[in-house]
Design a protein around this ligand. Structure first.
Ligand code: HEM
Length: 414
């Protein structure tokens, strides 16, 4: 580095811990040497959030959060604003891509046991991120003011009315009116603009927590507790390698593949068969006409299927609402449900492995069932898969403690 650059850097370092931070979190942050495909999704989640914030700000430059103008302003963006169609499709594709990446990121944590000690708080911050992501997506979904936007929001906000005692007032408070209206659209736009910045803050906490405890790995071995000394440092974990340049370069491979897939969808199938943008949403919202079949976007449908699986009791939908929210809130206690002596699925026994596979199949099946119109068969299937979803968590303290596990090696394996 040139003398002048060094001088400038020294000047900065005396006033701001730039080199120190770079070293501690990038060039001298030692991550396990055996991280694989599953580690791509953290950085891809960062990338997708950046895509959403940048395209969101550009969309906001022409979008009108007004019930009389919203739908037309999206049409205007699509047809008349230079590259407006691209920015819109980047944002709509980005929304689904974000959830695909996050579900794979969360599933990786289930496989590696990355919610176990010492990563309980890292996981809990993650679950909070997931909740804020869902709120952001829900608020954003109303903004195009299409038929499915309008009625989807109507259905979901009405669920608040099922909450005993305060429900009615709560749903009016959320809407700002007795039905979804211009007041609702305005406040949803404000929240949809604000929450991504809250996400940025939460992700900062998430990564700080990660770097404090260290990254987990497919073997679930704490490299920090293992032998010290590698070719970069005598003090660093022997099974660790510097995050930069090794994993920054590796993550770039994930980024290139992701952006290629992203572009194929964005340019050639932006509605993705109605999964990413529903056909009904190409019609402006009509409060006088209910669509034949109302369903939220696919990343919400597992929970929507659970809601519909629980029959109303005493004319109240509250039991279904409780099950739906319970399915997410139970994630907060996961670190304390798993009593297995080992972290990673690699060394867990057949019961835990099958339970995790059944859990994944149930979640995907519920996602599909939530998109379908209600029939007796689909309701029965939703009830079965909802029961299997909860069984994974509620029975975990038993099957994780009971079953025999394989011995975990001293050092990480490839
Ligand atoms: C916008 C959303 C998110 C972003 C940007 C993000 C970012 C990251 C990054 C960069 C890493 C390190 C690289 C990696 O191991 O993948 C990571 C690790 C982790 N994340 Fe997230 N994350 C997000 C959401 C979540 C959610 C929703 C959860 C769980 C509910 C979660 C749980 C974890 C866990 C447990 C780890 C540690 C993994 C390990 O060490 O094995 N994250 N996250």
């Amino acid at each position: 580095m040139s003398a002048e650059k060094t001088e400038n850097l020294n000047w900065i370092d005396k006033r701001f811990p730039l080199t120190e931070t770079w070293r501690a979190h990038i060039s001298e942050y030692y991550a396990p040497k055996n991280l694989n495909f599953w580690s791509f999704f953290g950085s891809l989640a960062v990338l997708t959030l950046v895509i959403q914030i940048v395209t969101g700000i550009w969309l906001a430059m022409n979008y009108k959060p007004d019930a009389d103008m919203a739908f037309a302003s999206v049409e205007y963006i699509m047809r008349d604003v230079d590259w407006g169609w691209l920015i819109r499709y980047m944002h709509s594709t980005g929304a689904s891509a974000f959830f695909i990446v996050i579900y794979l990121h969360m599933f990786r944590a289930l496989l590696w046991g990355s919610y176990r000690k010492p990563r309980e708080l890292l996981w809990i911050i993650g679950v909070v991120i997931y909740l804020v992501m869902m709120a952001t997506a829900f608020f954003g979904y109303l903004l195009p003011w299409g038929q499915m936007s309008y009625w989807g929001a109507q259905v979901i906000v009405n669920l608040f009315a099922a909450v005993p005692v305060v429900g009615e007032d709560l749903s009016i408070w959320v809407r700002g009116d007795y039905v979804i209206s211009d007041a609702t659209l305005n406040r949803f736009f404000a929240f949809h603009f604000l929450l991504p910045f809250l996400l940025v803050g939460l992700i900062f906490l998430h990564v700080v927590a990660l770097h404090h405890v260290g990254s987990n790995n497919p073997d679930g071995i704490e490299i920090k507790d293992g032998p010290k000394g590698n070719r970069w440092s005598d003090k660093a974990p022997a099974d660790g390698i510097p995050f930069h340049p090794y994993y920054t370069v590796k993550d770039l491979v994930g980024v290139v593949v992701f952006l290629a897939l992203f572009s194929i969808v964005m340019f050639f199938m932006p509605t993705f068969g109605g999964l990413f943008i529903e056909a009904a949403n190409f019609e402006p919202a009509n409060p006088m006409q209910t669509p034949e079949h109302i369903a939220p976007v696919w990343y919400f449908t597992p929970y929507y299927a659970m809601l519909r699986a629980v029959p109303p009791m005493w004319d109240s939908q509250f039991p279904g609402v409780a099950v739906m929210f319970g399915a997410i809130l139970i994630l907060f206690v996961l670190p304390w449900l798993d009593r297995s002596p080992v972290k990673s699925m690699r060394y867990k026994g057949p019961i835990f492995k099958s339970a995790t596979a059944i859990f994944a199949v149930s979640f995907i099946a519920l996602a599909w069932l939530g998109l379908q119109p209600v029939t007796d068969l689909y309701t029965l299937l939703s009830q079965i898969f909802t029961a299997l979803y909860f069984a994974y968590f509620l029975l975990m303290p038993i099957y994780s403690a009971l079953e025999k596990t394989k011995p975990v090696p001293e050092r990480v394996t490839s």
